[in-house]
Design a protein around this ligand. Structure first.
Ligand code: UDP
Length: 248
């Protein structure tokens, strides 16, 4: 398989790919040995990784790491190594579900509040009738439940595991269970089950095309405002990092 070029954003190597390239890679990963990981960092996650060595190491080890946020696309331009587009995690997950449907493959949904994973699964089944949904499990559990959960996922025979625990919980959950999991792909999908279940709606296309999904989220979910403050911090850190690198 062709190795993807990467752009290093504050230490996080992000694959230089567009949506099509990412989906092509997923098709390959589905038939590869072992469990392959997919992470979808935005600027908030990159900032967290700078502060959290464990998260940084996990993102570095990802088999497919796509730029979920428009901030990463801007950052890549600042570094002079531009990413061609934002690859939104939700869209990548939907594209993967299309592949799973076409190839009649299977999925397991882990995460979200009670009932949400099941409602998300019901909606996947309606939209992608050939996907085999092997199981669901909400994302509120105790540490001691984890071995049993992994056993259940493995026994289900699912090929793909979607993990919706929010970041960095989902990345850490995937990484710490990687040695035991038997799925071909494990992907962190954040709040995607809430959208699939119809609890939360995505920004209208016009906002997404303009790179303003974050703005739509800010006005519709103002309690997320504090989290979004990481965007200006991110840009400043990238500018400093570029300056530092160009002096080397
Ligand atoms: N969640 C979960 N278990 C937890 C904490 C969160 O299943 O212990 C779920 C929560 O119900 C929500 C998702 O994780 O569906 C986090 O969504 P958010 O939009 O905050 O994640 P992001 O995509 O911003 O990381």
């Amino acid at each position: 398989m062709k190795v993807m070029e990467k752009v290093n954003i504050l230490g996080v190597p992000v694959d230089k790919t567009d949506m099509k390239g990412a989906l092509d890679k997923i098709t390959v990963l589905l038939d590869m040995d072992g469990t392959n990981t997919i992470y979808t960092p935005n600027s908030e996650m990159v900032i967290n990784a700078v502060k959290d060595k464990e998260l940084m190491a996990i993102l570095k080890s990802g088999d497919l790491v796509v730029p979920d946020g428009i901030g990463l696309v801007y950052a890549s331009r600042i570094y002079g190594n531009p990413l061609s587009e934002r690859v939104a995690g939700f869209d990548l997950m939907t594209g993967m579900l299309k592949i799973l449907d076409k190839e009649e493959r299977s999925v397991y949904l882990l995460g979200g509040k009670p009932e949400i994973a099941q409602r998300a699964a019901d909606n996947i089944a309606k939209r992608f009738p050939s996907i085999k949904i092997k199981g669901t499990r909400n994302g509120y559990f105790k540490e001691q439940d984890v071995p049993g959960m992994v056993e259940q996922i493995n026994a289900s025979g699912a090929e793909v595991l979607l993990v919706a625990l929010g970041s960095p919980k989902q990345e850490k959950w995937i990484s710490s269970n990687l040695g035991r999991l038997k799925v071909s792909i494990a992907m962190g999908v954040g709040g995607s089950f809430d959208v699939l279940a119809g609890e939360v709606s995505r920004a209208p296309l016009i906002f997404r095309k303009a790179g303003l999904e974050w703005f739509y989220r800010l006005i519709t979910q103002p309690w997320r405002a504090a989290r979004m403050l990481s965007l200006p911090v991110f840009v400043i850190k990238v500018l400093i990092d570029r300056g530092r690198r160009s002096r080397k």
